[in-house]
Design a protein around this ligand. Structure first.
Ligand SMILES: CSCCC(=O)C(=O)COP(=O)(O)O
Ligand SMILES: [Mg+2]
Length: 762
């Protein structure tokens, strides 16, 4: 039964690990036999002469001597003995050289020999005498395989690990070691032993079925399959011809292009290299392509192990359409003669039924022995159903692109396959093809990614706009909060009803306060005790504690100043929070009460924008006369986190100042306002620290926060205008009211995330 392209495709899709043999697989046998081996033979004596005292050499000589003795004991025919260490260096070297040549004549794959070969080859690579041969299709395949998430490449060769690294590190295609995850040689066991593959799988740490082993030797394939690995035989020019049994048992590929073609898994975008195409003769590429694709043609419902081997060489005109680089070459593969010239390639655009049939190649039509290029038309007809295989619509092999463009490098982006390719394949059975072929569009994830990126870009643009606006506000000398307030009002925070409620609540509080004839300072004192003493240091201590002992990334003095201010406010916070005591530092006036009414009315009647303006104006007036305003502001944190204790509340006070504190603690206010650290994050130094660590400037942060959360607007503006003390003070008053509006909008039960974490309006 025939193996099919589809089967190797399925194997490729299944496997994550590519385990590669070298000679006859990645590298031509002739390179090993005609270049490497002769080099070793010719240079081994000189090498031994010069490196005799080298420990590695001594070790190898010892191993070779031991092997020679074993061979002699085992009666191995023609064994060449190695003189003992009691003989002269020259005698020993002569014996070793002869032994090595004898072994190499037998192409023995024993470790000691391979070790010595590797040592000798190293000189050749170092001097530039040797360049490791790899087939042109190897590099693109390695690149693509490695570019896919989770996929890795390993080498398993009889050549020593050292020799492997030399070959791939000094290959004609450059340093390929970066694509190779690891190397195995016969130290892990003989390549024809099943246990070796189990050991490899164990060392890689994967399951056997995740590994695809590619080799040119059937016995190796057998051993690997016995160990549970996926296996495919590689048929390269110059390889020993595969037996019918082998080709009937294992998938056979002629080019690594088939790996790339079938490897459709998502690549890691950060690790997706452009697939570099070899600069070799275009004909070579084309030949490789033809070889690759002619070998296997999908045949429906064939088990993956079954694959027809096709070693036939035809003179058919290549069916690759060079005018369509994104074409699915698999659909038009035609075997290309090895001797096809570059000029022949120009005919690639010619597609005819014959070439198509060549591709289909049902087992009944062609056998391994059949080199006849004339295909019976009747057989052609019989083959048509094979085209039904949708697998043919897979991405274009990269190499096909080179044929068209003559470019050295082509990115691995191919257009989604289109069914129009089928037209090129056949005119006669077009209807059948269309009917039985499903268009395959493989790129939706990338399209989706593009859309997401586009959206992100748009959002970022919006953010930039808002930030710019805020920055403008910040930078202006006379800070007008109206635009900012408008922005806040536009945020989806549904403040109106809650605001009215809160204002009403505040109003009643104020009124009841009016009834009071004296300030209940004693209650204030009591509350201070709860939070901390009025002593600045103590308060600072408490305050720091409340910050989870995180290192405060700020000036200690400023921290203290902040804490002192907090101290004053805490009294109010406690008072309002408990709603039992109603301490008032400044008795509210009738005027302010009226303004509260005005706010209430305006909130009830006006549009949101007008609301904010009017409320702002009114609130500003209130703030000037009524320190109670700050009380509502201080409800921010309880709302933010209902479980926070009083000490936490303290941390939120920094951005807000009362008239009293503004007057009596001008210096503090100045510091508070001029020092962004105190206001940027609502006085949360931890938050500030984090932001700084993230490389965000205070200004940036304040701008962002002001956009992201109206509560921060005051901080943003206040922070950037510190040199205008009076204005700042004024701003602080107004800002307090701003915060009030925002705060009131939040029901106490509603959880409120940290401002920094809140999503931007944009
Ligand atoms: C590692 S380069 C030398 C190749 C070599 O010596 C050899 O025996 C190749 O054997 P393989 O198992 O790769 O076919
Ligand atoms: Mg091999």
């Amino acid at each position: 039964m025939a193996n099919t392209l589809k089967d190797i495709g399925e194997i490729v899709k299944k496997c994550k690990i590519l385990l590669l043999d070298i000679e006859g697989t990645t590298t031509s046998i002739s390179f090993v036999k005609d270049k490497l081996f002769p080099y070793a033979e010719e240079n081994v004596k000189q090498f031994l002469d010069s490196q005799w005292d080298n420990d590695d050499v001594k070790e190898v000589i010892s191993a070779l001597r031991k092997l020679a003795l074993e061979d002699k004991e085992n009666g191995v025919e023609g064994v060449v003995a190695i003189p003992g260490e009691d003989t002269t260096k020259e005698e020993q070297i002569e014996g070793v050289v002869n032994n090595v040549k004898w072994q190499m004549s037998l192409d023995r794959k024993v470790g000691a020999l391979k070790q010595l070969q590797g040592l000798v080859w190293q000189q050749g690579y170092d001097k530039g005498d040797i360049k490791g041969h790899v087939y042109d299709d190897v590099l693109p395949a390695l690149e693509q395989w490695k570019a896919v998430d989770g996929q890795k490449v390993y080498i398993y060769s009889s050549g020593s690990v050292q020799a492997q690294k030399l070959l791939f590190g000094h290959s004609l295609a450059g340093d390929l070691l970066k694509f190779i995850e690891g190397h195995f040689d016969t130290a892990v066991g003989p390549k024809q032993g099943m246990e070796s593959y189990k050991a490899i799988v164990g060392q890689i740490g994967c399951s056997a079925e995740d590994v695809l082993f590619l080799t040119d030797i059937e016995k190796e394939a057998e051993a690997a399959r016995s160990a549970g690995l996926q296996v495919a035989l590689v048929s390269r020019d110059g390889n020993a011809e595969l037996t019918e049994e082998a080709t009937g048992t294992y998938p056979v590929i002629k080019s690594f292009t088939q790996l790339a073609t079938n490897n459709k898994r998502k690549t890691d975008p950060e690790n997706e290299p452009p697939v570099k195409l070899p600069k070799t003769c275009i004909n070579d590429d084309f030949k490789t392509l033809g070889e690759a694709d002619s070998a296997e043609v999908p045949e429906k419902e064939e088990p993956c192990e079954k694959m027809e081997v096709d070693d036939t060489q035809t003179n058919e005109t290549p069916a690759v359409n060079n005018d369509k680089p994104d074409k699915q070459v698999e659909t038009v593969v035609v075997k290309e003669t090895e001797k096809a010239s570059c000029a022949d390639k120009d005919k690639a655009g010619e597609v005819n039924s014959k070439s198509e049939i060549e591709v289909i190649k049902a087992p009944e039509i062609e056998t391994v022995e059949n080199k006849d290029t004339n295909v019976d038309e009747k057989k052609i007809e019989a083959m048509e159903p094979v085209i039904e295989e949708p697998e043919i619509l897979e991405p274009v092999p990269v190499e096909s692109l080179v044929e068209k463009n003559d470019t050295e490098t082509v990115t691995n982006k191919t257009s989604p396959p289109t069914i129009t390719e089928i037209d090129d394949i056949t005119n006669e059975n077009l209807a059948d093809v269309i009917e039985n072929t499903e268009p395959v569009v493989e790129e939706p994830p990338e399209i989706s990614d593009m859309e997401v990126l586009q959206n992100v870009g748009e959002e970022l643009e919006k953010c930039d706009e808002i930030l710019t606006k805020v920055q403008n506000v910040i930078n202006s000398e006379n800070i007008s909060l109206k635009p900012v307030l408008n922005t806040i009002t536009e945020e989806p925070m549904e403040v109106e009803n809650d605001t009215v409620d809160k204002i009403t609540e505040t109003e009643s509080t104020l009124k009841s306060t009016l009834e009071s004839t004296e300030v209940k300072s004693d209650s204030v004192e009591n509350k201070e005790v709860v939070v901390g003493s009025k002593d600045g240091e103590n308060v600072e201590h408490e305050s720091c504690k409340s910050r989870d002992s995180t290192e405060v990334n700020g000036d200690a003095k400023k921290t203290e100043t902040s804490s002192s201010k907090v101290d004053n406010k805490i009294e109010v916070v406690e008072t309002k929070h408990t709603e039992e005591d109603k301490p008032v530092e400044n008795p509210i006036t009738e005027e302010s009460s009226q303004k509260v009414d005005a706010v209430k009315k305006s909130v009830e009647n006006d549009t949101p924008v007008k609301d904010s303006e009017q409320k702002t104006e009114t609130a500003k007036s209130i703030a000037e006369n009524d320190t109670t305003t700050k009380d509502t502001t201080q409800k921010v944190e309880p709302v933010k986190n209902s479980t926070e204790n009083d000490t936490t509340i303290k941390e939120t006070e920094v951005a807000i100042d009362t008239k009293e504190s503004s007057e009596s603690k001008d210096e503090n206010v100045t510091e508070s306002v001029s020092e962004p650290k105190e206001v940027l994050t609502n006085g949360d130094k931890n938050g500030e620290k984090e932001l700084k660590e993230n490389g965000i400037s205070n200004d940036d942060v304040s701008s962002r926060l002001s956009v992201e959360n109206g509560k921060e607007v005051n901080g943003a503006n206040g922070a950037t205008n510190g040199d205008q003390k009076e204005e700042v003070k004024e701003d602080c008053k107004v800002l307090t009211e701003v915060s009030e509006i925002k705060v009131k909008s939040l029901p106490a039960e509603e959880p409120c995330t940290d401002p920094v974490e809140q999503p931007s309006v944009a």
